[in-house]
Ligand binder design. Sequence first.
Ligand code: FEO
Length: 173
Amino acid sequence: MISKRLEDAINAQINAEMWSAYLYLSMSAYCQDKGLAGMANWFAIQFKEEQDHAQIFYNYLISRGGRVLLKAIDAVETEWASPLAAFEHTYKHEQHVTSLINNLMQIAVDEKDFAAQSRLQWFIDEQVEEEENAVDIINKLKMLDGNSYGLYVLDQELAARVYATPSPLAAKA
Ligand code: FEO
């Protein structure tokens, strides 16, 4: 059985992950509107991954005897100054999510909940990748410095991103 404190924190995290999904779907719509279908694809996959993160926490709470309580999802931004601004927002947001995950881990450590620590370790590793992916694209966008052909090539590269079911959900399938 999971503690009430951790149960509440995981329910808040489910909402945060769903909000992240909504944010990236909005960024996908923004890129699509700018004719950047590859970037729209990248954000659409990010949208799916965030829903997966919410689902992993959802499943985990149930498996520990907790009660899932879904809350309203706040509105997200719909416009960015440029694709670079959208990816910089992505990086800033992922840094925020990392702090939320670290906070969850701190609660699990304080409560000596070793099972929760095991699940949260997956998210800690995932956040390293999330931040790295955003930084990689930001660096490329800065390198091409508004060059249209460079933007076209990067968009093609991001069009190749494919969705993969994360291991905690694949194990359940
Ligand atoms: Fe659910 Fe992008 O972290």
